[in-house]
Design a protein around this ligand. Structure first.
Ligand code: UDX
Length: 453
């Protein structure tokens, strides 16, 4: 039964890697009896299909095509701030005049202006970090003076509390190359300067996964781990029928993928995907193609918008061994028993999904948070290997083939599989009743529910 008087708005940044975890959180709140409204932009609102969650559009000022219509990242973020604040306030006013006034906004940390809106209305504000806590702690350390930008590329390594020693190439590109990401970096830094102004700071991770950091940051920052935000069916949880996030910005080729996977032996398939945003050069696509071919294993490859970069000779040679699609239901693919390895760009959601579903990884990090995530995959959680690029920045077919062998064959394969299974169990435990993430969510729910407006 929905508690109409306890109403939470969950506000997302309109990218697949942000919508998925925030929508999952909205579904979880709804399953615990809160009235939950998921707010996203006009051009993404129709892609949301989540029973029990109300969906409302807000405007970023580019209602037809969003980001692509803007002249620059700066222009987009500026517009979202101005128009988004206004339309979010209108939405809250509309609800306040109804029988379900809003008590709390849970907002994507890329939209820090939502904090002002929450303050204006005197309601709770919770920000939601979509990266790992370790990654986020780097920004926090900058704000607190533990290191300064720009980082000198000549430094051997960076040693910070609760983190492994990081080499320059293991830093997120926002920090390694701040001038190329200045608009996003400004937004990211703003949220860390204002972290303690929020009533809650949630992170899509779980305490056991980042235990060293949790220990080092205890009492220093207010971050609460509430993840992994992966649909409940995959973590043996109880939201009925919850087998998908409930949002697809592109049409998935689910039937085709599942039918193809059914024809492959258990644990044999390489699943290859670089997420929703990464763009891969023609040369790189070719090297990956021939590396997959050399591995002599079945592969399913999501090549968003780059299918035509594949050499004809390669396509002619793969027959039933390979399937190339433009988008799939990644969770269903990772959960399929035929999949034995995930060749991934190391987006944070992809990593949490692979850990939750017990699939070891070959890491082909591109930019943003991915090089740091890949470091953890290989060195800390030991659930995969990192593919190295050559001096021209290319991952060669030989290197890819070698990494695939390490994950798929022999003692190294047994080890990464054993470790992956361990993390799967810990992820399930964290979100089960009384687990570390569940406790943090329950505390939030209790406080929001008790508030008298
Ligand atoms: C980016 C960043 O890389 C990520 O770390 C950050 O936290 C959010 O923004 P993205 O590059 O899209 O995200 O990668 P990822 O975080 O892995 O998210 C992609 C999502 O799309 C995953 O939830 C994945 O399941 C889904 N997906 C991907 C599909 O459903 N189908 C596909 O074919 C590919």
């Amino acid at each position: 039964m929905e508690n109409k008087s306890c109403h939470v708005i969950v506000l997302t940044y309109p990218a697949q890697g942000h919508i998925n975890p925030l929508l999952q959180f909205a579904k979880l709140l709804a399953s615990r009896g809160l009235k939950t409204t998921f707010a996203t932009t006009y051009y993404t609102v129709n892609s949301i299909d989540a029973p029990n969650v109300h969906v409302e559009p807000i405007s970023d000022g580019f209602d037809e095509g969003g980001f692509k219509q803007a002249s620059s990242v700066e222009a987009y973020l500026e517009s979202f701030k101005a128009v988004g604040s206004r339309t979010l306030a209108q939405l809250i006013n509309k609800f306040d005049a109804s029988d379900s006034p809003v008590r709390c906004i849970v907002y994507d940390s890329l939209l820090p202006w939502a904090l002002e809106v929450a303050k204006e209305f005197g309601i709770y504000a919770a920000t939601f970090l979509t990266n790992s806590a370790s990654l986020c702690s780097l920004y926090w350390h900058i704000v607190n003076g533990l290191f300064t930008l720009p980082v000198n590329p000549e430094i051997e390594s960076l040693s910070l509390p609760g983190l492994p020693v990081l080499a320059f190439h293991e830093l997120p590109s926002f920090l390694a190359y701040p001038t190329s990401h200045s608009a996003y970096l400004a937004v990211v830094m703003e949220k860390f300067y204002r972290l303690t102004e929020n009533d809650w700071v949630f992170c899509n991770s779980f305490e056991e996964l980042e235990s060293e950091l949790v220990k080092a940051m205890k009492g220093l920052w207010p971050v609460k781990m509430i993840g992994p935000m992966v649909p409940s069916a995959y973590l043996d949880q109880q939201i009925e029928g919850d087998t998908a996030y409930g949002a697809n910005l592109w049409e998935p080729t689910t039937d085709q993928c599942l039918k193809w996977l059914e024809t492959k032996p258990s644990g044999s398939v390489l699943y290859v995907s670089f997420g929703s945003m990464a763009s891969v050069s023609d040369e790189q696509v070719q090297e990956i193609a021939w590396g997959l071919k050399a591995s002599n294993r079945p592969f399913m490859w999501v090549l968003k918008g780059s299918e035509n970069k594949l050499p004809g000779e390669f396509m002619d040679s793969i027959g039933e061994t390979g399937l190339v699609v433009t988008w799939c239901n990644q969770l269903q693919v990772l959960a399929h028993k035929a999949v034995g390895c995930f060749v991934t760009h190391c987006g944070w959601n992809s990593i949490l999904e692979a850990l939750s579903l017990g699939v070891p990884m070959v890491c082909v990090a591109q930019g943003t948070d991915q090089p740091t995530n890949a470091k953890f995959v290989e060195d800390i959680w030991k659930v995969g290997v990192r593919a190295k690029r050559n001096e021209e920045g290319i991952l060669t077919r030989k290197e890819l083939y070698g990494c695939i062998r390490q994950v798929m064959e022999g003692e190294s394969s047994r080890q990464v599989r054993g470790n992956t299974n361990k993390w799967t169990e810990l992820a399930k435990k964290a979100v089960s009743r009384g687990g570390s993430s569940d406790r943090n969510i329950s505390e939030f729910l209790a406080k929001v529910m008790e508030r008298n407006k």
